[in-house]
Write a protein that binds this ligand. Structure first.
Ligand SMILES: Nc1ncnc2c1ncn2[C@@H]1O[C@H](COP(=O)(O)OP(=O)(O)OP(=O)(O)O)[C@@H](O)[C@H]1O
Ligand SMILES: [Mg+2]
Length: 270
């Protein structure tokens, strides 16, 4: 049976600390403000911190789903602006080393979220490890966050290469975050795009430039959703990215789509 399924947006990066969690949370808030129903999945297995940024102390997290103690809908908690949150585990080594079978279990449960959200946002964590690429592979929209620094660029290219060569991704969108100069940021994108086009034959899409914003630390401390501040430059950029995601049409597919993808994953893992 064909049903509406969530549009899956994964936010990844090669290097850590480039702003994935910040961008994911604010994108979720901006989409919620556009009246989209949003589920936010903290896929940074092992070192999750989305719920910390929200000041929440969930009783259960994704490790309870992997151990079989809870189902994913049971651990979901209500966040701000009507969004629902799937909390990740923090400081649980088995989660940091989760194998394909464990991940497949999580994916099967993602299928069971009701009511079906318009958008499922996944903060995948950084790098090219198994969890990152497995979660990133679910994405309809794969956003790679980059900061204007050589290591961030090189690692972003590494992730793009893996997603393209190993998993056949043909469309990867780039967010240049924390920029102090739009022209420079555009040059950074142009450089990454040139390398990707030349060596992978894969032109990239620029999803947006997010300026450095001095109000981020204070908003974070106060647990405010920055996107609700009209005057914040980062918020303005994030609202624009959210609007383009919100404008995409709903996806109608066989109900088993995630289980199918999970099954593919299982057969690869064995
Ligand atoms: N546009 C911005 N302006 C100002 N500060 C920012 C901006 N983007 C991110 N930051 C800050 O940079 C720091 C790192 O961001 P964040 O934790 O979101 O990165 P991350 O990619 O999720 O890191 P990790 O890989 O460790 O999970 C945070 O303190 C965040 O508030
Ligand atoms: Mg993070």
């Amino acid at each position: 049976m064909d049903v509406k399924r969530p549009r899956i947006v994964a936010i990844s990066s090669g290097k850590g600390g480039v702003g994935k969690t910040f961008v994911t949370l604010q994108l979720a808030a901006a989409l919620a403000a556009l009246k989209k129903s949003v589920v936010l999945f903290d896929g940074d297995f092992g070192l999750a911190n989305l719920h910390v940024l929200l000041g929440m102390k969930p009783e259960f997290d994704i490790s309870a789903v992997v151990s079989g103690a809870k189902t994913l809908p049971e651990i979901m908690i209500d966040g701000p602006l009507g969004m629902r949150i799937i909390p990740g585990a923090s400081g649980v080594r088995e989660m940091a080393e989760l194998d394909g079978v464990g991940i497949a279990k999580v994916l099967q449960d993602l299928n069971a979220i009701t009511p079906v959200p318009d958008v499922l946002l996944i903060d995948t964590g950084a790098g090219i490890g198994n969890h990152v690429t497995t979660l990133a592979r679910l994405a309809d929209v794969l956003l790679v966050v980059v900061r204007d620094e050589p290591a961030s660029l090189a690692d972003a290219y590494g992730l793009i290469k893996v997603m393209n060569r190993d998993f056949g991704y043909q469309k990867i969108e780039i967010i240049i975050n924390d920029t102090s100069n739009a022209q420079r940021a555009e040059a950074v994108f142009a450089r990454l795009n040139e390398v990707s086009t030349r060596f992978l034959g894969l032109p990239l899409t620029l999803a947006g430039l997010i300026p450095h914003d001095g109000s981020v630390p204070q908003a974070t401390r106060r647990r405010e959703m920055l996107v609700q501040r009209a005057e914040s430059p980062a918020a303005t950029a994030i609202r624009k990215i959210a609007a383009s995601i919100a404008a995409l049409p709903p996806i109608v597919e066989p109900q088993t789509f995630l289980i199918d993808r999970a099954a593919e994953r299982m057969s690869e893992a064995t």
